[in-house]
Ligand binder design. Structure first.
Ligand SMILES: Cc1cc2nc3c(=O)[nH]c(=O)nc-3n(C[C@H](O)[C@H](O)[C@H](O)COP(=O)(O)OP(=O)(O)OC[C@H]3O[C@@H](n4cnc5c(N)ncnc54)[C@H](O)[C@@H]3O)c2cc1C
Length: 431
């Protein structure tokens, strides 16, 4: 079977590494254009990444520590969100699960030697899917005929952040209130094992502690705040933190979206080419892993010479949509109680779930979220994040669970930590 993987960013490298390991008989091409940069962000993960990395490459934390400025991540600490002044953590569960923080560029260098594929440095101009395969059109008229393509070429050209409406194959996640990040690298700070997400008047600031620096970004919406307003508040926040020097990394607009049909029967979209939800819970790298695992299952279980069955393709796409939409709704719920700031950003952020309720692709998933919100209500809140010991977690927390199934990437424990943390259950805000 011949498979082309397009893109040399995190998603493309994950896909190429994964298929090198799991489909050793396949003829793999890895095509990306070295003149086009990768996005350069994506430095915090969920526990899905360490588990996948160890399984696929044998690489562990010590390797990442040595080569990628890595630190361990046990979850996210929220400051200034909702009604609570003291902040709260949304920790990974069970308590022995960890994610990583790492440098987005260096992780690619570490994974590349595990790719067994013919490398082609060229721009892809077009993909033509047919029932029996797909043709990849490259620079200078060169063609590659493949059974399947994994398309990880980053954000679709028509997905710019300014437009809120759905269009063509794209579903806009209009309940997510951010659309741009102002990025800065800060001097090294103490590593508390958590990403920090700090609510501010124009949005929120992430702080990802690496060895030797902190990656930081101010997430906001360009319709609510100007770059000068965001920069002034970023400066003020950093001054309060005692930070006086940094590297400006520029402004990065991003769309919150998903493709209605990330798979057409021959081309699988993965990473930012398939979907993007703001990084509040750092779900994107995990989503890329989920997407390439699903693609691998499809390719290994079917017959690559027979035409794809429409109903099966739609079933595949519905599963992908559900995962991304549910993640996006859980993230939108973080904003449901607003923050200490009564600003245009927070006023529109707090109404996100109302917008989702009116959206035909989100309404059913929003209704399904209620069971998780209810389950979270009956669980303890902040003390869940204090559990360090896996054995007592197993004995004391596990029996309290009611649902035992995930909602996207999240469980009732995540709902409990966030819901109690933002004061949702005290306030009785309608979902
Ligand atoms: C502000 C911000 C913070 C983020 N933080 C996190 C986080 O903490 N955790 C997380 O999981 N995710 C995070 N993300 C998401 C992150 O962007 C993705 O997880 C990850 O970088 C995936 O990128 P990608 O590989 O899909 O695309 P890209 O990095 O854009 O790579 C695209 C690749 O395709 C190639 N290419 C493009 N067009 C062509 C063409 N026509 N022909 C040939 N090659 C082509 C490029 O050369 C490049 O190699 C964040 C995103 C933003 C915006």
């Amino acid at each position: 079977m011949k498979i082309a993987i397009l893109g040399g960013g995190t998603a493309g490298v994950i896909a190429a590494t994964h298929l090198s390991k799991t489909m050793p008989e396949a003829d793999l091409l890895h095509i990306h254009d070295s003149r086009l940069p990768t996005i350069g962000v994506g430095e915090g993960t969920t526990p899905r990444f360490p588990a996948w990395l160890a399984q696929t490459t044998g690489l562990g934390f010590e390797d990442l520590q040595q080569h990628c400025l890595a630190t361990l991540k046990r979850g996210t600490r929220f400051e200034g969100w909702g009604q609570g002044a003291s902040g709260f953590a949304n920790r990974f569960h069970p308590s022995d699960l960890i994610g990583y923080h790492f440098d987005a560029g260096r992780i690619l260098d570490l994974m590349r030697p595990h790719i067994r594929a013919r490398r082609i440095d060229a721009r892809v101009h077009r993909l033509d899917s047919r029932d029996d395969g797909v043709t990849v059109h490259l620079d200078g008229g060169a063609l590659e005929h493949c059974h399947y393509v994994i398309d990880a070429r980053g954000f679709p050209a028509n997905a710019n952040a300014g437009r809120a409406e759905d269009g063509g194959d794209l579903i806009r996640l209009g309940w997510i209130p951010t659309g741009q990040a102002m990025l800065r690298w800060l001097p090294e700070a103490c590593q508390g094992g958590l990403t920090r997400a700090v609510a501010r008047p124009h949005g929120w600031i992430f702080m990802i502690p690496l060895q030797g620096r902190v990656s930081s970004g101010y997430l906001h919406h360009p319709d609510c705040s100007t770059p000068a307003e965001v920069a002034a508040d970023f400066d003020a926040f950093l001054a309060d933190e005692g930070v006086t020097t940094w590297d400006d990394r520029g402004l990065l607009p991003f769309p919150n979206f998903l493709r209605r049909a990330p798979f057409d029967g021959r081309v699988f979209r993965v990473g930012n080419a398939a979907s993007f939800v703001e990084p509040l819970e750092a779900t994107s790298i995990g989503a890329s892993i989920l997407q390439i695992r699903a693609a691998e299952r499809w390719m290994t279980q079917g017959n690559c010479d027979t035409p794809p069955v429409c109903e099966q393709v739609e079933h595949y796409n519905a599963g992908m949509r559900s995962y991304i939409i549910r993640n996006s709704l859980f993230i939108a719920w973080h904003y449901a109680c607003g923050a200490a700031w009564d600003t245009p950003f927070w006023r529109q952020a707090a109404r996100g779930l109302e917008r989702a309720a009116d959206h035909p692709d989100a309404a059913d998933h929003l209704a399904a979220m209620q069971a998780f919100i209810d389950a979270g209500h009956h669980l303890p809140g902040p003390m869940l994040s204090d559990y360090e010991d896996a054995e007592s977690w197993q004995e004391e927390i596990f029996p309290l669970l009611k649902l035992y199934v995930p909602y996207g990437n999240f469980s009732e424990l995540n709902f409990a930590q966030v819901g109690h943390g933002i004061g949702y259950y005290n306030k009785g805000v309608a979902a």
